[in-house]
Design a protein around this ligand. Sequence first.
Ligand code: ADP
Ligand code: MG
Length: 708
Amino acid sequence: MYFRYSYLLKLKLSYPITYIKGISVQRATLLYSELGIKTCNDLLNFFPFRYIDKTTFYSIKELQPNSSEVQIVGKITSVKSVAQKRGTRLVAKFQDATGTMELVWFRGQKWIKDSLKINQPYVVFGKLNHYNGSFSMPHPEMELVTEYKKKLQTKMQPVYPSTEKLTNSGVSNKLVRTYIQNLLQQFYDKIQETLSNEIIEDFKFISKRDALLNAHFPKSQENLAKAQNRLKFEELFFIQLQLLRRKLINKTKIKGFVFQNVGANFNDFYSNRLPFDLTNAQKRVLKEIRKDVASGAHMNRLLQGDVGSGKTIVALLAMLLAIDNGFQATIMAPTEILATQHYLAIFELLETMDLNIDLLTGSVKTKKRKEIHQNLEDGTLDILIGTHALLEDKVQFKNLGIAIIDEQHRFGVAQRSKLWKKNTIVPHILVMTATPIPRTLAMSVYGDLDISIIDELPPGRKEVKTVHRFDSNRLSVFKFMKDEIKKGRQVYIVYPLIQESEVMDYKDLMDGYESVSREFPTPKYQISIVHGQMKPADKEYEMQRFVKGETQIMVATTVIEVGVNVPNASVMIIESSERFGLSQLHQLRGRVGRGADQSYCILLSSFKLSAEAKTRLKTMVETSDGFKIAEVDLKLRGPGNLMGTQQSGILNLKIADVVKDTKILVDARNTAISLLQEDSNLSKSQNDLINKAYLELSKTSKIWSNIS
Ligand code: ADP
Ligand code: MG
């Protein structure tokens, strides 16, 4: 007895779940392998995904076609058997003061029919069906009101996520509920507060203990809302705290190179060689960058700007700043095509200046590669542009001052930091993305970066006219193409290429190419074709023919998504557009509308469209604002599928939802900001609890090490 008592005293939430009454080693192993639940704390933070609500009574008039499980009080007025395709079903007319509905049984009809009492008040509970304007409830749970009143009422019942294997091994929802009940009984006293009094008072939060208790076993909807609100805040708050602290530490501890001079190259280029006036947005961003790199702190900045907003020139000017201060600069792009395009564009812009630029991609031959390595190490090269090839160990800069990463979402965080590590002092980092990330998401994913936004397109751009057409209208689309080609324009036709159905997709592409070739015969028309299975040299050749205007039509898979810049191309036709994601459609559309002419985007699809596909196509037709499109995308797909979020902690959120809980996220972030302003080390006594929880989290949670 004595022994047992002392062991109880020492219980800790960090203990394995076998310490919870009723959980065997076997079960614990299963819970770990299926759900990743290892410690008592894990289980405590394993939240229900829904609740069976028996706290509310609905009247029949209140029922909505989307209400799922409801509880109603009423009387049965009649019962009959109704013949159906196979056998019969039992139907009871059920009514309350506000209306009538049906209760329906398919099994055990005789027994049920005998036990039903006519004209006596029942409490019924179950899932609703809605058909032809009326409601029915199959196989309801039911009880006479007289019986119901005698019992202690169960409240809202939690339903936990599960897996097939768990269910098959007898770990039912009921069992999990029991485990958590036991857990709360044994450990309730061990649950520590994690927020300061000040925050709790400011937001009128309930205590951590009550929040956890009510998140699992809420007494009412209202209590549940309070519990979830507090737990969501807390989850987002600690992530923000982590991100912001890291940023703070980077700012103060990591030394950055100081680009003090705005020197000869920058000034010469800015005053004499800029091919156009910068937009105000470009100027603003440039100022933000200049301020960063002159400050002595390390720049870690995300530059967001829609397709065609002119990020490249900003990157180039930033690189000139580095060069003027005696440093080298680099741009890393996700594809060979894009890297080459950057190289050509920048080479041309700097042609008359005395600077050394080179290109390093996977297809650069060994001899040339060695030469590049050499020139890089001895400092001959000022700017190196390339792909992943830049990350190889052999690539050593003499003194890399700034690294620019284009199309950020294609590189993982690990790669980002690999580029960083190429120097003893970390170079300034500018990450550029054309996939606008909604602000809230950016806050949670890239909370450690500073964010600049180019929210203005260069002048004279006309909005791309976008329409949706069904496959059956293909002939009129061909006709339209001919008209545009007659005016001297060029046309893209893009086919989906999705890994899982690669073989079929290539077949579609080839079939499409054939039918286009028949419709647009040589010698009047010339067609380029580019896809991922071609050799890089062949791809390049076909691409160049299109760039030079030797071909009028480019048939391609999504390889042209990024990078291709042909201002004369004014029509983008997307085949099977219902299969593309929103951000991809947006990127593709960005390939046209680069010149002075009115451009068009035609989204072709089959008749059969899912609701989601309809929304995507509708969104594309209605707007060309990348941020709006990103918001819709986020709502449709959730953050897990947004590019760039894979490595971030945002996926592992246990209770908060970055799409739905925007307001809480903003509160959490602002609270974290003002907290750090007052107490950057969390060393003040009123923040003890926060500090303790913070340290605990950074020790145990995998999420945390992933944020970088
Ligand atoms: P993105 O942001 O998609 O990388 P780019 O930097 O490739 O965009 O710019 C798209 C096109 O717009 C390029 O042809 C570029 O020369 C042109 N451009 C960029 N800034 C301006 C500007 N301020 N005025 C006119 N044209 C511009
Ligand atoms: Mg670009």
